[in-house]
Design a protein around this ligand. Sequence first.
Ligand code: COA
Length: 396
Amino acid sequence: MTEQVCYPQVKNIGLRGIPVADTRISVVDGVQGELQYRGFSIEDLAGQATFEEVVYLLFYGKLPSGSQLDFFSNQLRAARALAPEILEILAGRPVTAGPMDVLQGTVPLLADWDPDLGDASRESFQRQALRLTAQLATVLAAWHRIRKGLKPVSPRDDLGHAANFLYMLSGKEPSEHMARTLDICLVLHADHTFNASTFTARQVASSRAHMYASVAAAIGALSGELHGGANTRVMEMIMEIGSVDKVAEYIKARLDAGERIMGMGHAVYKTIDPRAPILLEMSRELCSQTGDQRLLEITEEVCRVTQAEFRTRKDMDIFPNVDFYSGITYSLMGIEPDLFTPMFAISRVAGWCAHVIEERFAEAQEKPALYRPKAEYIGEYCGDRGCTFTPLEERG
Ligand code: COA
């Protein structure tokens, strides 16, 4: 064996802070703790806009007028139903299949039924984006019922996106408050610049793969526990802890073992994630309605203890991210933990689609033709500097 040749390693592993393309879709200020979609603050959008308005904003770059929103919402409603063949395929999957895997696996099937698939115009991509955004929610609700041994519930065209999703999930029309709570959650999760899944979607799109290929890949990226998967893991942690008095011991043990506290910290925000306080407020409101504060008290204690431990151990601040309070919000809405990350996906699909459109149709000077980063090779070399090939029969 020859001696390993070592070269300087990459200083900026993971592309932290490295701009790779221009975007007009959203911006994060990690120092000030600000998020804007197309120039509108997340606080204004969460406080005053519906998910449908936000989807329109992401796709078309401006807020819709009343008539534009009516037209767009009607198109979304009309696109909700799935082909019966897709429901049959879902019914044939083992009930143990994870909802994220099912979502990822069903997106290419949606492509099979999209009449625009072969058309690479911007208008076609916008229509595909609309169908994907409408149908991903239907896929999730249908799969959830199928795995529970229940019949999928057909979408209703007299309900908004959030209310219809809750209706398809449970078969019951949700209260206005529940529907608006989910609507706000969908607004908060709809986009977040070049996070891992969005970058994945754009990278796939840059090879001129189609919209559905890009979104299926993005769902895979979102499923990981360091990305969207964190919200489910937060809830598992809260349930495992079980009571406020056990929080300190649990967090210290996790940190001692070099493990991560899910829902805490962020690759970009070095202050509080602006979506977290909005979710916290909604969970407080839900708690005051149910009268059960236990889960929220544990969650808040996890945040307090983690922050205190980080100050002591690392002399640094750490803050909750969007996933820290989304799990508790969904839980208080009666939603099962393994649906939290898929519910992130049924919102973020709008952002992925907007980014795919931007990637494919941005002016040439605003985007790379094809993402092709470089890795520093630190392995062995052939020839004089390294390995010499030995035929199989001569190897020991
Ligand atoms: N638990 C324990 N330690 C954490 C942590 C967490 N949640 N988040 C960051 N750290 C540690 C890092 O390991 C690093 O330690 P080191 O200096 O000893 O190497 C230090 O704190 C600084 O980390 P930072 O550079 O701020 O974060 P990052 O960019 O490495 O990681 C995340 C960002 C999101 C991957 C990370 O915070 C994390 O794993 N969070 C939990 C998963 C999660 O909630 N994901 C959803 C994100 S929206």
